[in-house]
Design a protein around this ligand. Structure first.
Ligand code: NAD
Ligand code: ZN
Ligand code: ZN
Length: 396
């Protein structure tokens, strides 16, 4: 089959690799009909995530049709159409039983790596380094899905792939980010980053009752898409001081909650951002937490900082003084996918939201190397790339 493989920093290629096969009786094989590139894939592309190996198949946002089932699969059959969550969950451990799905204790065969870095392992993840299990990902024509009964979301309506694909990650991720803000009627929520995750965080904050959402980015088309969801927007390139602009928009008190939908590769132009870049080059730090710092600084006292943005290891100069003295709360995590997929599918079915509105590029899988670059560099008005693993490449 064809699959997108990682070969190093800024080097992904479409290669021919062996088709996956059933390894465990609870596996299914999915013939993938749609797959997407995530902001998290950019962290792999940028060389920020350790324990990648040359030839690893990447991708964790995918859906398709089941073509083979293991003998202990109970709820799924050949021909079912499914969306696959990016986390692999056993359904049996303490964390799964408590709906803390992304902390599953049983699905990372390299748990020791996670333990060394984080104290405890997280769940296994598709296409996301050996530290999270080394599972082949879904930017491919087929994928093996372990513990398929637990994770796969069956799509029984005729909604097109483009409307349900993002239930595999970014819609639940934006939703959990907003839910973590513990929104009360009247609340003002600030969202840093208007990428795909930020877009779903904005829409979810309104679904959960926020009265105003203030969104920050510097890419005009992403800001425009946030405005279409009724966000009040700040272009960081146009205001001198983002924190001051947010303070002004929130009546001087600051937002009730701030969402860092940027993560470890934030842009920044201040002194600390320069320090971040230098320390990253020297290997003394593994990310640039500019947006996280701003969230902590600008949030109102006793408010909440919600962090869907991904961090890998150590970041520096986090304003703990502001965090402690203001009595902030912080919530984060890889998304507890299975808790959200079905209820959010129902919202799509009821027409409350059309997730496909964020798609800017629909391309054949073969175009992945070019599209990683376009998406990373925010060129060609790129907001979200969806790939068809079976389409022929367009004529150049
Ligand atoms: P993206 O890279 O497309 O979007 C990030 C956006 O942030 C861009 O539009 C960029 O211009 C903007 N930005 C950069 N620096 C900024 C700053 N200082 N202030 C304000 N905006 C800034 O990525 P995405 O797909 O939207 O993902 C966002 C983050 O969410 C990534 O870190 C990704 O890894 C993470 N993520 C987490 C989960 C999870 O389970 N927690 C799931 C999916 C994605
Ligand atoms: Zn993702
Ligand atoms: Zn589990």
């Amino acid at each position: 089959m064809k699959a997108v493989c990682w070969f190093g920093k800024e080097d992904v290629r479409v290669e021919n690799v062996p088709d996956p096969s059933i390894l465990n009786p609870r596996d299914v094989i999915v013939r993938i009909t749609r797959t997407a590139i995530c902001g998290s894939d950019l962290h792999l592309y940028g060389g920020f995530i350790p324990s990648m190996e040359q030839g690893d198949v990447v991708g964790h946002e995918f859906m398709g049709e089941i073509v083979e089932v293991g003998r202990e699969v109970r709820k799924l059959k050949v021909g079912d159409r499914v969306v696959v969550p990016f986390t692999i969950c056993c359904g049996q451990c303490w964390h799964c039983k408590h709906e803390l799905w992304s902390c599953c204790e049983n699905t990372n065969p390299n748990a020791w790596m996670g333990e060394a870095l984080f104290g405890y392992t997280t769940a296994g993840l598709f296409g996301y380094s050996h530290m999270t299990g080394g599972y082949a990902g879904g930017q491919a024509q087929f994928a093996r899905v372990p513990h398929a009964d637990v994770g796969c979301l069956k799509i029984e309506s005729d909604l097109p792939d483009d409307k349900v694909l993002f239930l595999s990650d970014i819609f639940p991720t934006g939703y959990m980010a907003a839910e973590n803000c513990n929104i009360h009627p009247g609340d003002v929520i600030a969202v840093f980053g208007c990428g795909p995750v930020g877009q779903f965080a904005i829409r979810s904050a309104y679904m959960l009752g926020a009265s105003r959402v203030i969104a920050v980015d510097r890419i005009p088309e992403r800001i425009a898409l946030a405005q279409r969801a009724n966000a009040e927007t700040i272009n960081a390139d146009e205001v001198g001081d983002v924190a001051e602009a947010i303070k002004e928009l929130s009546g001087g008190r600051g937002p009730d909650a701030c969402i860092d939908a940027v993560g470890m590769e934030a842009d920044g132009h201040d002194f600390l951002a320069m320090v971040d870049k230098t320390k990253f080059r020297l290997g003394a730090q593994t990310g640039r937490p500019t947006a996280l710092r701003e969230c902590i600084q600008v949030c109102r006292p006793a408010g909440t900082v919600s962090v869907p943005g991904v961090y890998g290891g150590l970041v520096d100069k986090i304003p703990m003084g502001a965090f402690m003295n203001k009595g902030l709360h912080m919530a984060s995590g890889q998304t507890h996918m299975i808790k959200y997929m079905k209820p959010l599918l129902e919202r799509v079915e009821r027409g409350e939201i059309d997730p496909s509105e964020i798609i800017s590029h629909r391309v054949p899988l073969q175009d992945a190397p070019q599209m990683y670059q376009t998406f990373r560099n925010k060129q060609d008005h790129c907001i979200k790339v969806v790939m068809d693993p079976w389409a022929e490449r367009r004529a150049a």
